[in-house]
Design a protein around this ligand. Structure first.
Ligand code: HEM
Length: 444
């Protein structure tokens, strides 16, 4: 009785003393409290419908794999003989990309998570049928921004000493990810599966007539995630290249994780998706534990045709992004006239706005890194001439974070963030509720 009286009294105190709520007037305090209440109701409504639906979908999906077997070529069965699942050791580097984490868990990539350009081109084609042009675009930015150019290598999670690797924010990793929290709101934890976001994703799949993680379902996921980030994350940074990776990653769910080819008899069902992204449902709590990524035990077939850069960009910006367009430094989107070749041209030109990891280097070395990256794109058939880009806009001397090593900068984050940027730790549950303010403690 005492407790409920106190709880009831708190909003009144906030109204009487607006300063307590961090606002200056009573009107603002009222608005603040109203919004808070609405957000709480919204979340409660979503979750109450959700828990039952998760139990429902778990039973609904069992047995769906059988329907795929007739539509697939046995050559596409994965893993192939000789590639065996092993959970990563705590010293192995794992991070925000479920596709690459999984390939390392089977030995398609080095199990320690330190990988090279050529290894990734080969493994992503073999394991998931990713087109070489798409893999090249992802890799050049990643190696330039998060890796080591002389050895053409990078770490799947955090690099040695917490420097570099895919976890590094706003380089290849970005906010508004399908199933990870934003870097700021997650207090640096941008790389573990978020239980509450995946609950939301399962809810959209369960309430869709397909009962699958279709492109339509993933577009609802984008709309919800981007609305949440725009509302709560004052440091939402939707920078051209990583924003493209994060948006295209929504299509990767059906296109790469389906059992069989999506759109040609394959199923993007719960059983396949949850196993590949390492989401283990706890029937008691309704939460998802993050476990090492693996292919479903009952048998899994990769897509039968390559999925390349043009299809990835087109689907990302015509099917996913329009469900909630947010401000993005990507001129192609302003006129609503999207065309993949021009977008690729923009990506090509955008290389110069990436902060290379080798920041301590001389300007000349940085320029050399950009030259390396451009030559790789040319090698994959994506060059200025093919794409029709005006070369005049290329300048290797403009970088967005000239002071990256200063306190609070991307290479020198605050201590609370520092403790969250290491490699993935599996077997735990992360984010059982939405972090509307930075959440610096992990649940377990
Ligand atoms: C070719 C090299 C690749 C690189 C460099 C790469 C890099 C990344 C990065 C940096 C992220 C984080 C993006 C974000 O913040 O949302 C990411 C996420 C993701 N990647 Fe990859 N990736 C690669 C290949 C793949 C492949 C082959 C697949 C699928 C088979 C894949 C599926 C995904 C998905 C689904 C996410 C979103 C995870 C989530 O938030 O739920 N990636 N990847």
């Amino acid at each position: 009785m005492k407790t409920s009286f106190l709880l009831l009294g708190l909003p009144i105190l906030g109204w009487a003393y607006p300063g307590m709520l961090g606002v200056s007037s009573r009107e603002e305090a009222l608005e603040f409290l109203k919004e808070k209440r609405e957000a709480e109701l919204e979340e409660r409504q979503l979750l109450s419908g959700l828990i039952g639906s998760v139990a429902q979908i778990v039973s609904d999906v069992s047995g769906l794999l059988g329907s795929v077997a007739s539509a697939v070529n046995p050559d596409n069965k994965r893993p192939e003989p000789g590639y065996v699942f092993q959970a990563p050791k705590s010293s192995d580097s794992r991070g925000p990309c479920p596709g690459l984490n999984l390939l390392a868990n089977y030995g398609y990539l080095p199990r320690d998570g330190h990988v090279t350009f050529d290894q990734v081109i080969e493994a992503t084609a073999r394991g998931f049928n990713m087109g070489a042009d798409l893999a090249t675009v992802l890799l050049v930015f990643t190696i330039l921004a998060d890796g080591d150019i002389p050895t053409q290598s990078f770490y799947l999670g955090s690099g040695p000493g917490g420097i570099g690797g895919l976890n590094r924010h706003s380089t290849a990793e970005a906010d508004v990810s399908p199933n990870r929290e934003d870097f700021y709101l997650g207090c640096g934890n941008n790389h573990h599966l978020s239980s509450r976001i995946f609950q939301q994703n399962v809810y959209y799949a369960a309430t869709d007539s397909s009962k699958q993680f279709t492109l339509g379902v993933m577009s609802k996921q984008w709309a919800a995630n981007s609305k949440f980030s725009v509302k709560n994350n004052p440091y939402l940074y939707y920078f051209p290249f990583p924003s493209i990776v994060a948006t295209a990653a929504y299509n990767f769910y059906p296109q790469f994780f389906s059992n069989g080819t999506y759109g040609a008899g394959g199923v993007a069902n719960y059983e396949s998706i949850s196993s590949i992204i390492g989401a283990q449902f706890d029937t008691k709590t309704g939460n998802f534990k993050y476990v090492p990524e693996r292919w479903p035990a009952k048998g899994w077939y990769r897509r039968s045709t390559p999925y390349g850069a043009v299809q990835a960009l087109t689907e990302a910006f015509t099917l996913i992004y329009p469900s909630n367009p947010i401000s993005m430094v990507f001129p192609q989107l302003q006129g609503g006239n999207f065309d993949a070749a021009t977008a690729l041209c923009y990506i090509y030109q955008g290389i110069n706005s990436i902060t290379p990891l080798a920041l301590a280097g001389e300007e000349q070395e940085i320029g050399a890194g950009v030259t390396w990256a451009l030559s790789k794109l040319v090698g994959a058939g994506l060059d200025l001439t093919t794409l029709g880009c005006p070369s005049s806009t290329l300048s290797p001397n403009e970088f967005l974070y000239p002071n990256a090593t200063q306190k609070g900068g991307p290479l020198n984050p605050p201590a609370s963030v520092q403790s969250n940027v290491g490699n993935n730790v599996y077997g735990k549950t992360y984010f059982t509720s939405a972090p509307t303010k930075p959440k610096c403690q992990h649940s377990s």
